[in-house]
Ligand binder design. Structure first.
Ligand SMILES: Nc1ncnc2c1ncn2[C@@H]1O[C@H](COP(=O)(O)OP(=O)(O)O)[C@@H](O)[C@H]1O
Ligand SMILES: [Mg+2]
Length: 482
């Protein structure tokens, strides 16, 4: 029998830890799960399953004579399997490349598999062939923060059969014997196997007519166990029972919903802005990618067949490369606002550059205030004026949109209840247009749990009514002081 998604052992340990035990010298354990689930969108099972094993290791409770965890990640292409392992490396060791990654597609022939362990002595040139999987290599991908090495065998269905035999020893006893008869211990390793075995059948189950509607369709609650079943059946057909029995957990990745794909794109654009900031430093500029352009990128870069796999390439070709050409040609001034819009034919992106305000006349910072209570708007106006700031008032989300198409606010103060929606919804839209815009939501006790979560996710400040003048100023001052 295959182990259940979370081994009961893991659950017990987790419970003990929830009672207050913390691994020595590590960040609070909740953080790991929160951070991973923020990085890997729409795949909660992955976080739920993997993190307890990291915690067991950190608590010194991993079993002896076995790897600290063995996971098989299944599911359709481009749903985040490989990315999960990279994200974990980034979290534990500060760099997504801090892992030993074996691309099984490069080991399709038996003699290629031999390269992993090196040739036995006596073979011609055995001294020159360094094995790939050495103890030194495993140790080199740990960090001061964490002594756990991450080992990824990516797309195992592509490897020659001898790879499975080689893996058996690793999964069972955490030992790999090299060609020169020395051994490598995987006791301090998390081993990940990824595979898209069964993905074609899963695709049929997700979308029998094979079109592109699947991603847009609402979530199907019956889908998860069905896909899991299809994946496991395919794994059992391909691998021997003894191999399958040595896997601790199987996670089946779900097809990404439209909302998840949107969130992934937002994440990639934020990462691009971060990259611009760190690489260009004081010469940085600010990207504005409105909704229409985002939807176009999504249509081009995602599909039910390849998930989000093409998204990075699409972004690179349609956004990063044209931007790089503009930067190289000295066409983007430091501090400029670079607006990425869809061209009139809807065929490509057009990059417009708005120059930064001239340094000689520093503009008065403006604060967008969206609230339909006049009393409140007047109160805020007096407050902001006194602080030397200007108020940009709007009574509804729609007016706010019109205003910000021509003026860029330094911060936004939004009432939670707007005549045409919630302040939180508007806030998310504003962030899309201006990724770094500080936003304060003014709410009573009626903020819904989902909206509260959204505020946390996007780092919107929530100001509870009633509040004092000083509190408002305190919240928005950091945004306005350069
Ligand atoms: N669930 C996800 N969360 C965040 N990013 C994702 C997710 N799924 C796919 N991506 C994006 O798509 C790219 C390809 O995903 P990948 O993990 O390589 O897919 P696969 O499931 O085929 O291994 C990733 O590098 C990442 O940018
Ligand atoms: Mg992959």
């Amino acid at each position: 029998m295959l182990a259940p998604i979370i081994g009961s052992e893991a659950v017990d340990v987790l419970k003990t830890m929830e009672k207050g035990f913390r691994g020595p010298g590590t960040a609070p354990q909740e953080d790991l799960a929160t951070v991973l689930s923020r990085k890997i969108i729409g795949q909660p099972a992955a976080t739920r399953v993997i993190i307890p094993y990291v915690q067991m290791f950190q608590a010194g409770l991993s079993p002896e004579g076995r790897p600290a965890g063995v996971f098989l990640l299944l599911g359709p292409t481009g749903t985040g399997k490989t990315r999960t392992v990279e994200a974990l490396a980034e979290m534990l060791h500060g760099d997504e490349k801090m892992m030993v990654k074996v691309d099984c597609g490069e080991f399709q022939m038996e003699h290629e598999v031999a390269k992993l362990i090196g040739a036995p002595p006596g073979y011609l040139g055995h001294r020159e062939t360094q094995p790939i999987l050495t103890q030194t290599r495993l140790n080199s991908v740990t960090s001061e923060k964490c002594g756990l090495s991450i080992v990824l065998f990516d797309e195992i269905e592509k490897a020659a059969p001898s790879m499975t035999r080689l893996l058996l020893g690793v999964l069972d006893k955490a030992i790999l014997r090299l060609g020169d008869n020395t051994s490598v211990s995987f006791e301090r390793s998390l081993v990940f196997l990824t595979s898209n075995l069964g993905a074609r059948e899963m695709q049929k189950e997700i979308n029998p007519d094979f079109g592109f509607q699947a991603a847009a369709a609402g979530p199907r609650t019956d889908l998860e166990p069905k896909l899991q079943h299809i994946g496991l059946a395919a794994v059992r057909r391909r691998f021997s029972p003894e191999f399958v029995n040595r896997i601790d957990c199987v996670v089946t990745y779900q097809p990404l919903s439209q909302a998840s794909l949107e969130a992934i794109l937002d994440q990639r654009i934020e990462a691009l802005q971060e990259h611009i900031n760190t690489r260009l430093g004081p010469r940085r500029f600010y990207l504005e990618v409105p909704e229409q352009a985002r939807q176009w990128l999504l249509r081009l870069g995602t599909s039910s067949e390849y998930g989000a796999r093409e998204l990075n390439r699409t972004l690179h070709r349609r956004l990063v490369q044209p931007l790089a050409a503009l930067v190289a040609g000295g066409r983007i001034e430091p501090g400029a606002r670079v607006r990425v819009e869809l061209d009139a034919e809807g065929q490509d992106l057009r990059i417009g550059i708005a120059e930064p305000p001239a340094a000689a006349e520093p503009a008065t910072p403006t604060v967008l205030v969206v609230d339909d209570t006049h009393e409140m708007v007047h109160f805020l106006e007096r407050l902001l004026l006194r602080a030397g700031w200007r108020l940009l008032p709007a009574e509804s989300a729609r007016t706010a949109h019109n205003l910000i198409s021509s003026q860029r606010p330094a911060a936004a103060l939004l009432d939670y209840h707007l005549p045409d929606g919630t302040g939180v919804y508007l806030a998310v839209e504003l962030r899309r247009a201006y990724p770094r815009l500080p936003v304060v939501i003014m709410a009573g006790l009626d903020l819904s749990p989902e909206d509260r979560q959204t505020c946390e996710k996007y780092d919107f400040t929530v100001l509870r009514k009633p509040f004092l003048a000083a509190e408002v100023l305190e919240r928005i001052r950091p945004a306005l002081v350069v």
